[in-house]
Write a protein that binds this ligand. Structure first.
Ligand code: FES
Length: 566
């Protein structure tokens, strides 16, 4: 089996010449034959001026390179697409599959014996794992790590749960223009990913629980020295993986590890986006994620991690409490701890090495959970025959069983235009319905499912309402919000048949979301669909091939089959 520089030679019809030419060019960068004979460790460089979450990537990559060289390997950085939530139009999810394709093809095209995936901001880690799983060489994840917390007038703040809370207070007239400007400088006080249990933290925790990264790698704050030591150790581990030619992601992404990830997702009160990304990762190795199983896990596994938005703390507190290894130990009865990891050890080894921190209250014992059941429920019903989700851990308990009148917005633009109209016919008991926010409809399934409370109700003190859509919601958000309704309205799903004034019933205990009209009337209605299909470029590829939320919104031609060669 070719290794190092001999891997994936450029096709000139003469392998010897291809290697000769490759060496000639790389020597232009000053490498010696000794260096070029070492195992090559590729390192994805996702630093970008447009991605402040990855602001520590250069330093972290330097630490990874040190680890690679200490272990006798040759580190080779290479750039890939970088995606930041707030700098991605129309939405970061629209670009996730492009980043996955970029990562897969550059890992495959360039000679490397193993790859270190450096990422963190929401869509980046799932994209990188999807790509690496399809490329098939040994891969280890190094998250950039979470930000440290901010402070404002004696209050602890965190991106972006508190971004939404503060903005909500500003909309309600409780925070003026000058103060909201000050707050914008305090919500994200360092480089790193959002430090609540949003999508970035959720993915980092699930990835560690799947054995795809070193223990403790999810929660070490981005600015800490320990983050760099984690990078150095990951670089060393990557060399061992390269020398052993294993484990490839395909042998770590298994039914057991995916189930472990679902247990952790429930126990951390994680982002609903985590489920979509997990379905996409599973799809790359030919596994269809079972939403009903995820719901069953949620009925059994309690929320043990007390982090915002479901609880009170932030990622740095999870780190100081023992991190994911300590959580794994607490979750042991629900997990398959024989699952392997990048180090060759098992998940049991990660759990056994966990630190016991006296007096910590962030990782609760099973005997005193934050919530007695998991964070997210899967709903079905005549509005969501393919499923929908609700993060009930971050919802208003009194609204989890609710029947209300539909107030329908036919698109995100329609919602933006009318939501604050003083003439809008809406009360606090109504159900806000957003159509055409799904994978094809918006496009890219943006995080528009967190419909704002209409201004006149917000000013009257209304903090939550039932809101439903085929869109997603930021993992940092909270509220009684039904998301990912499948099939989406843009492809004729029943959601597109809801009309103003219809009655909608949400029953989370029964796991149902229903439109209270007859089957005949539902079938007879014409669905409201969205804009015309795009005719060129990535937009066309996306529209023509993106799958629904239950399949992870991957492109249909990228989903793996069990017999595929990776
Ligand atoms: Fe990057 Fe939140 S914006 S993780």
């Amino acid at each position: 089996m070719p290794s190092g520089l001999r891997m994936g030679l450029t096709s000139y019809g003469d392998a010897g010449f291809s290697l000769f030419l490759r060496k000639a060019f790389i020597k232009a960068a000053g490498y010696s034959d000794d260096a070029l004979d070492r195992p090559i460790i590729g390192i994805t460089d996702t630093a970008s001026d447009f991605n402040p979450c990855h602001g520590n990537a250069p330093q972290l990559i330097e630490a990874i390179r040190r680890g690679v060289m200490l272990a006798g390997g040759l580190p080779m950085n290479f750039p890939t697409i970088s995606i930041h939530e707030s700098f991605s139009h129309p939405t970061s999810m629209y670009l996730r599959n492009l980043m996955a394709m970029d990562t897969e093809e550059m890992v495959r095209a360039q000679p490397m014996d193993a790859v270190v995936l450096v990422g963190g901001c929401d869509k980046t880690l799932p994209a990188q794992i999807m790509g690496a799983a399809s490329a098939g060489i040994p891969a280890i994840v190094v998250p950039v790590g979470p930000m440290v917390v901010g402070h404002h007038r004696g209050e602890v703040l965190g991106a972006c749960t508190d971004c939404r809370r503060m903005w909500g207070q500003h909309r309600a007239g409780k925070i003026d223009e000058a103060e909201i400007e000050v707050i914008s400088g305090r919500l994200a006080p360092s480089v790193g990913t959002c430090m609540v249990m949003g999508t970035a933290s959720t993915m980092a925790c699930m990835i560690e629980a799947m054995g795809l990264s070193l223990p403790m790698s999810a929660a070490i704050p981005a600015p800490h020295a320990e983050r760099l030591r984690c990078g150095e150790a990951s670089g060393k581990a990557a060399v061992a993986m390269a020398q052993n030619h294993m484990p490839a992601p395909t042998s770590l992404i298994t039914p057991a590890s995916l189930r472990n990830a679902m247990v952790v997702l429930q126990a951390i009160g994680g982002s609903t986006n985590g489920l979509v990304h997990l379905a996409a990762i599973a799809g790359r190795v030919g596994i269809r994620l079972d939403l009903a199983e995820f719901d069953r896990i949620g009925r059994e596994v309690p929320v043990l991690v007390d982090l915002k938005p479901s609880g009170d703390h932030y990622m740095e507190h999870l780190h100081h409490a023992g991190g994911v290894p300590r959580l794994l130990r607490e979750l042991a009865p629900y997990l398959d701890l024989t699952a392997p990891t990048v180090t060759g050890a098992t998940l049991q080894d990660y759990a056994d090495a966990a630190e016991d921190v006296p007096g910590q209250t962030v990782i609760r014992p099973r005997s005193a959970p934050l919530k007695s059941t998991g964070g997210t429920a899967v709903l079905f019903g005549n509005l969501a025959p393919g499923g929908a989700v609700i993060k009930h851990a971050a919802a208003t308990p009194a609204l989890l069983q609710h029947t209300g009148r539909a107030v329908v917005f036919t698109s995100i633009e329609d919602m933006t235009t009318r939501i604050d109209d003083p003439a809008l016919d809406v009360t606090a008991d109504d159900v806000l319905v957003l159509l055409n926010g799904g994978p094809k409809g918006a496009p890219g399934m943006p995080e528009a499912g967190y419909l704002p409370i209409p201004k006149k109700l917000a000013q009257a003190g209304v903090k939550d309402m039932v809101r439903i859509s085929d869109a997603r919601m930021s993992g940092t958000a909270f509220g009684t919000i039904v998301l990912h309704i499948t099939p989406e309205s843009a492809i004729g799903g029943p959601l597109g048949r809801v009309r103003n004034g219809d009655m909608i019933r949400l029953d989370v205990e029964a796991r149902r979301i229903d439109l209270l009209i007859s089957d005949e009337e539902l079938a007879a209605r014409t669905p409201v669909t969205s804009r015309a299909a795009p005719r060129r470029g990535y937009a066309k590829l996306f529209h023509d091939t993106v799958t629904q939320a239950d399949q992870g919104c991957d492109f249909d031609f990228l989903i793996g089959q069990p017999e595929d060669e990776y």
